[in-house]
Design a protein around this ligand. Structure first.
Ligand SMILES: NC(=O)c1ccc[n+]([C@@H]2O[C@H](COP(=O)([O-])OP(=O)(O)OC[C@H]3O[C@@H](n4cnc5c(N)ncnc54)[C@H](OP(=O)(O)O)[C@@H]3O)[C@@H](O)[C@H]2O)c1
Length: 312
């Protein structure tokens, strides 16, 4: 079977650039949307040009020009959208409704992967305000996709290591603490951590796979299901130094929301669900989903001690 042609929308983003790389690496003809709005953003342009040098095809378009999106979508079989969804960067998930309209009109798309790549929003109906906005908006996009009968796969990628492992899961930092580390609750709740490049590899693996058509692909490779304490332990072994530890109760974490800016509140709410409630591991995957490392055992996924070495 010929490999699907892929359009990446949001290709210069944190996730998007990895999706472009993985799509090319797995031999797909890969288009990347080049938005008119990037204007004078030289870094974005340079990144797009480097994609082109690596074999990608750039296609001009804009979210304010419906026909340009339709034209872009018509070039390919699969659309992967990596629209921004992290509040302290930028947050435009609902813009995807315009892309859904374009896909509906074009009528040729065999698979659409919207910007998900986190917790499964379908399991977050109870989430705290204001962090629930991420899940609510992802569910609005899902509804539009399903109402339009567009074939889909949702990728639930759990915790990106760059945001959750390098910092030993400390809020408001991206590097490991040097002396003191905050432990959420007893630190033993199981979480799932993923190297972002592996997220992209699994995402591309799934686009032509009939087993994940109209399903959620959960990225839960067994050796990356770890507690915060286990991550800290790995770091201490690598570093050869024990950190001072203090525990933060759920009550105190939630109390810290008061007076925090909006983006901070969204992030802290997500930490609560992940590290206290255990929302990434407190369910079994049912009929609606598949697990990536089971479907694609050939992928040598990155273990978190290997990931942590870059912070030494
Ligand atoms: N699981 C985790 O730990 C985790 C961590 C981070 C993110 N995520 C999820 O991953 C997804 C992508 O997040 P990200 O951090 O990669 O996003 P990002 O880098 O902040 O942004 C991705 C891209 O969105 C596009 N974009 C931004 N504003 C736009 C607008 N107004 N109109 C059209 N396009 C716009 C841009 O694409 P171009 O300029 O290239 O067109 C941008 O590069 C989100 O769904 C997020 O929730 C998950």
């Amino acid at each position: 079977m010929a490999k699907s042609k892929v359009l990446v929308v949001g290709g210069t983003g944190y996730v998007g650039r990895r999706i472009v790389k993985a799509s090319l690496a797995q031999g797909h003809i890969t288009y990347v949307l080049q938005r008119a709005e990037i204007g004078l953003d030289i870094d974005k342009l340079q990144m797009l040009l480097s994609f082109k040098q690596q074999g990608a095809r750039l296609i001009e378009g804009s979210f304010s020009d419906h026909q340009s999106l339709v034209n872009a979508v018509k070039q390919v079989d699969v659309v992967i959208c990596t629209m921004s969804g992290v509040h302290f960067r930028s947050h435009n998930l609902l813009e995807q409704l315009k892309l859904v309209e374009a896909i509906k009109e074009a009528g040729n798309i065999k698979r659409f992967l919207p910007s998900e790549f986190g917790m499964d929003p379908a399991r977050m109906g109870h989430a705290l305000e204001p962090g629930r906005v991420t899940f609510d908006e992802k569910m609005i996009v899902r509804k539009a996709i399903e109402d339009a009968k567009i074939p889909f796969t949702y990728v639930s990628a759990n915790c990106f290591a760059g945001y959750f492992v390098g910092n030993l899961s400390q809020i408001a930092s991206l590097t490991p603490p040097k002396e003191k580390v905050c432990i959420y609750g007893d630190g033993n709740v199981k979480v799932v951590f993923m190297d972002e490049d592996d997220v992209a590899t699994y995402t591309i693996k799934t686009i032509d796979d009939p087993r994940t058509l109209n399903k959620t692909l959960y990225l839960k490779p067994p050796e990356n299901i770890l507690s915060q304490r286990q991550i800290i332990d790995k770091w201490e072994k690598l570093k050869g130094k024990e950190l001072d530890k203090f525990n933060l109760s759920a009550k105190d974490l939630l109390a810290s929301l008061k007076g925090m800016d909006y983006a901070g509140q969204v992030g802290v709410g997500h930490f609560y669900h992940i590290f206290y409630e255990g929302c990434l591991t407190n369910f079994e995957i049912g009929e609606e989903g598949e697990e990536a490392s089971e479907l694609y055992p050939e992928v040598q996924y990155t273990r978190m001690d290997a990931y942590l070495k870059r912070y030494l």
